[in-house]
Design a protein around this ligand. Sequence first.
Ligand SMILES: Nc1ncnc2c1ncn2[C@@H]1O[C@H](COP(=O)(O)OP(=O)(O)OP(=O)(O)O)[C@@H](O)[C@H]1O
Ligand SMILES: O=C(O)C1=C[C@@H](O)[C@@H](O)[C@H](O)C1
Ligand SMILES: [Mg+2]
Length: 189
Amino acid sequence: MRHEASRRPRVVGELARPVFFVGFMGAGKTSVARRLARTCGVASVDMDTYLERREGKRVKEIFAQAGEDGFRAIETDVLRELAGKEPLLVSCGGGVVKRDENRAILRDAGFVVYLKVTADEAKSRISDTSTRPLFQDLDVARKTSEERLPLYAEVADLTIDTAGKNVATIAREVQSALEKEGILCLQRK
Ligand SMILES: Nc1ncnc2c1ncn2[C@@H]1O[C@H](COP(=O)(O)OP(=O)(O)OP(=O)(O)O)[C@@H](O)[C@H]1O
Ligand SMILES: O=C(O)C1=C[C@@H](O)[C@@H](O)[C@H](O)C1
Ligand SMILES: [Mg+2]
């Protein structure tokens, strides 16, 4: 087994522009970006994790101390910072599309992959919603996800319905689209 893996060619990928994964909480943005990073030899970063490290606080604490507006201001700053780096795979926070300013950054700087999921399916995937301040009540989450549909659609260069598909299948679909669009270039070494 180990022998076979060592004979497999090493893949090094290069991105022409940042790839932003958007979609509702539980859509699989973090999982799919991580998987793609592993299989394509490209770096990925999770916006919520990056933001938490930068601020030295959990998302939940920022919401409690500064409210949603305070969190959104930090989120815009982080998005701008990540958009200006060497192109990366970026799994965005679920609410990144709420601000007009953010949608302009996403569209202008990157290639946007929208992973679609219903609130009900997302709820069944997420074991601990306590870390997601805006996913405390399923009825509210259903409404929020409906309201955001046109915002996700507005920025999307590629839309993938994730229902009934596993992370590996979705990552393969994204990889194939990115290669076709000339966003991802793979070299097998
Ligand atoms: N296609 C899928 N099918 C089944 N489970 C999935 C799928 N994608 C992700 N999951 C599971 O759902 C949970 C949430 O996934 P993930 O953290 O990748 O979503 P996210 O879109 O980044 O959410 P958030 O916006 O809250 O960060 C994880 O436990 C993950 O393993
Ligand atoms: O959908 C949202 O508004 C959020 C999603 C999470 O990724 C975090 O960015 C935060 O909990 C807000
Ligand atoms: Mg995530």
